[in-house]
Design a protein around this ligand. Sequence first.
Ligand code: DLZ
Length: 171
Amino acid sequence: MASELKNLSAFEGSDVPNAADMKFGIVWAEWNHAITSGLMKGAHDTLLKHGAKPENIVTKTVPGAFELTLGAQYMAELGQVDAIICIGCVIQGDTKHFDFICDAVAKGITNLNLKYNKPFIFGVLTVNTQEQAEDRTGGKHGNKGDEAAVTAIKMLGLKNSFELGKGKIGF
Ligand code: DLZ
């Protein structure tokens, strides 16, 4: 079980709905590829671990984190996935790029959640150093790609619970 819910990588099956009937997209940024490929693999493996079928997971790349929003929207427009995991890694540099990219992608992904009424998961590292990124890609802080996948499954579980209730919230 995760330590104080700061790390979802270790969530075990009983905490997470079965994903066998769920369809996922993963849109991931090529910028900082060594990191984002590790996050993507973590997310993909975690979806499989929780029962998702390989044929129900589609992956696409975009150049950088800034493009995640539109890439995810292109995928959502096809209407074939239930949730989309957006993966990127923005590392602080000498200029203000960091702030603009982080702000844009956070707002963009938030808007997609509401526009499509589907989970779009913010699997984007926003870190000061390469070391911080590595710590979160299979290092001492787990793999945030795993956590993004668990979040996608849990949000679909939540959505499904409301749909099964058909107007009843469960009082
Ligand atoms: C330009 C840029 C910079 C400086 N840093 C990053 C980064 O750390 N992580 C990332 O994913 N992308 C970065 N980019 C690229 C932008 O996301 C975007 O691809 C370009 O500004 C073109 O729109």
